[in-house]
Design a protein around this ligand. Structure first.
Ligand code: COI
Length: 359
């Protein structure tokens, strides 16, 4: 007799307080590659452990030769199925990142197969539909062949971890701080790659900002320090309304070669134009325009959409405030877009764009 899929959620987790933290699940998926072994990725293998066996001289550890991804899986109403949101987009983005750090590309089909297997092998940890929580999926790729010289090694490892999570940054509006004494990425650097080297150097600055009660940090472009790039954890989205009528919504996202191509932001961008009839603009956003926005929000897989209450730039004594709704759960535009995005993801709104991949 076959066991029905998906299995019900485990009852060992308080599903209404999942949080955003590491949790033990059944295990992860591994696939390996070596040039000397033929230059193809091995068939995925399930490993019943959160630990990796890794040589201490792996360039992934020593030289930052790694890249990662983030996606989410959702349980549909009535526990009928589990779906993953736009994994094909993440597959392509991981190939983009891999090129930056001389890691062989994982073919899209193989990427999706590994991600599917990781979710399927841990399906009882996909949160109940009603909770609004999701299973966070973390694919990770790194140079794993021991290597002392600064050359690409022979061996690479691709792994997929999963864990149940709520949303990063919580569900309420946060204050943002522009980081002024640190450039996230060099003008001709790795800014568009989802590599750990773009994240670790931010930590000491974001920790300082959190201590000062800012909930999120924002980066300007490093060449001119005059345009908006992205938040440290997620993409930037600005909302303009006609100043007289307060209608005619325009969604503005940065066009910068140094930001990560956010799957959430581009989904919002598409929903805004195709489903809600808003104007959308992908273009450079000068710092001066921050005072023109009615709403600002951060968009990311982990974050979903985070309403931004204010943006501060200390050296200029500027603090711009935005509409986040009376209960601080988001202004009108943010709330509308989030409702639609979440609805598509969790199966309560028709998926007209075929964004959901059934596990
Ligand atoms: C994601 O949103 O998936 C990310 O990778 C951001 C990370 C800082 C949690």
């Amino acid at each position: 007799m076959t066991t029905p899929f998906p299995p019900p959620p485990v009852d060992t987790i308080d599903w209404n307080n999942v949080g955003f933290k590491v949790r033990e699940v059944n295990g992860h998926i591994e696939s390996h590659f070596s040039y000397s072994g033929g230059g193809t990725w091995s068939e995925p293998k399930f490993v019943a452990s959160p630990h990796l066996q890794i040589h201490g001289m792996a360039p992934g550890l020593n030289y930052g030769q790694q890249a990662y991804e983030g996606m989410k899986a959702f349980r549909s109403p009535g526990n009928k199925k589990v779906t993953i949101f736009r994994p094909n987009r993440n597959a392509v983005r991981m190939q983009h990142s891999a090129d930056f750090v001389s890691i062989p590309r994982v073919p899209e089909e193989h990427f999706i197969k590994c991600v599917n297997l990781a979710v399927a092998a841990n399906a009882e940890f996909v949160p109940p539909h009603e909770t609004g929580a999701a299973m966070y999926i973390r694919p990770l790729i790194f140079g794993s062949g021991a290597q002392l010289g600064l050359n690409p090694p022979d061996e690479y490892t691709f792994v997929v971890f999963v864990m149940p999570t709520g949303v990063y940054h919580g569900v309420h509006a946060v204050d943002a701080l522009i980081l002024e004494d640190f450039d996230r990425s060099a003008p001709e650097g790795t800014g568009s790659a989802k590599v750990g080297g773009n994240y670790a150097p931010v930590l000491r600055h974001s920790q300082r900002a959190y201590a000062e009660k800012y909930g999120i940090t924002l980066h300007l472009d490093s060449k001119t320090r005059s345009e908006i790039d992205e938040f440290s954890t997620s993409a930037f989205i600005g909302v303009r309304k006609n100043p007289t009528t307060k209608n005619d919504v325009t969604i503005v996202v940065p066009d910068s070669k140094n930001v990560i191509d956010s799957v959430t932001a581009s989904s919002v961008y598409e929903l805004a134009s195709k489903a809600l009839g808003y104007k959308v603009e992908k273009r450079r956003i000068p710092y001066e325009e921050l005072k023109e926005f009615d709403e600002v929000f951060a968009a990311g897989t982990a974050a979903a959409l985070v309403p931004i209450k204010s943006i501060t730039m200390k050296s200029r004594n500027d603090k711009f405030s935005y509409n986040v709704g009376s209960d601080e759960s988001g202004g009108e535009v943010c709330s509308k877009l989030l409702k639609m995005l979440k609805g598509i993801q969790n199966g309560t709104v028709e998926d007209k764009f075929s964004w959901n991949f059934v596990v």
